[in-house]
Design a protein around this ligand. Sequence first.
Ligand code: ADP
Ligand code: MG
Length: 343
Amino acid sequence: MKRKIAIVLIFCVMLLITGCSDNSSEPKKSSTDFFAMDTYMNITAYGENAKQAISQAQKQIKHLDSLWSVTDKNSEIYAVNHSNGKATAVSEETAELLTFSLKMAERTKGDLDPTIYPVLNAWGFTTEKYRIPTESEIKKLLKKVDYKKVSLSEKSVQLKPEMMIDFGAVGKGYASDISAEILRDNGVSSALLDLGGNIKTIGSKPDGSEWRLGVRNPKGKGNIGVLSVSDLAVVTSGNYERYFTGKDGKTYGHIIDPATGQPVENGLLSVTIIAKDGKLCDALSTSLFVMGLDKAIDHWRQYKDFDMILITDDEKIYLTNGIKDKFSVEKDINIEVNVITDI
Ligand code: ADP
Ligand code: MG
């Protein structure tokens, strides 16, 4: 009898051990690359449902892309932009992102302006037919730029004639939030979403360690440093990826200062924003890039609902207190690092 109990016990222990070793092995990994919103995207997720969750998220991103494309004649934004001053019905998603964009435009005093599109278009950034518009052309186009003139009621949008909106600065961040929600609803607790450099992480890596994300060196090749995060979004804006070189030999980037209609040139090379909310990171990365170093620091001190890493063209890094222990500069990079604290 005793022997029988002993055998049963050994069997139970064996079950426990094998059970344990099963749990400690890495959960199933699924990864998908695709092109949407004019950029390359990758979603990598772990767990039993990961594969179908990714395909659901990918479908949703393509759907959002089809709503917000400025060039696709069937998109909602295209209809709004060609409505000639008439009210146009839009989906819940479009209304939600426009509400958020207008709120952020208010918060950043117009440094983020979803109605910048006519100016952006004149520089050729949407068509890749790049050119330098004249001062008088820009002056004229700037009259059509003013987020305060957008009226949004329930689910309908009305612009003044010739005004146009563009979600280029916020769409990928919003899409990363929606996609992460889809993954979580499918039971995924560990994932990395990279929507064209708009990163969103769910949980930590399957082994429990934090995700290590490279922060691009805006002047050279490779990374300037590495950021360790879990359960956060990380979004970078800079003028080093989408730009053109004009006939005058100067380079012009795709982020426009709505106050001047000119591509931003203020000594900042890149702005990386770190926070829970992807769309907040996306909106702030673009608008703090417009603000420049001093105003960006003031903005952080006023709101403190995010962390940031700013890189300047005089080769300095400025990062906020909350992220300083999570960021390390690459060994072969020699750069001054300044920590931004409360005053
Ligand atoms: P990326 O799209 O490369 O990730 P951003 O999030 O910074 O970079 O968005 C830049 C895009 O936002 C531009 O390509 C343009 O569509 C739009 N944009 C440019 N300047 C502004 C601005 N001041 N306010 C709002 N949108 C802008
Ligand atoms: Mg942005």
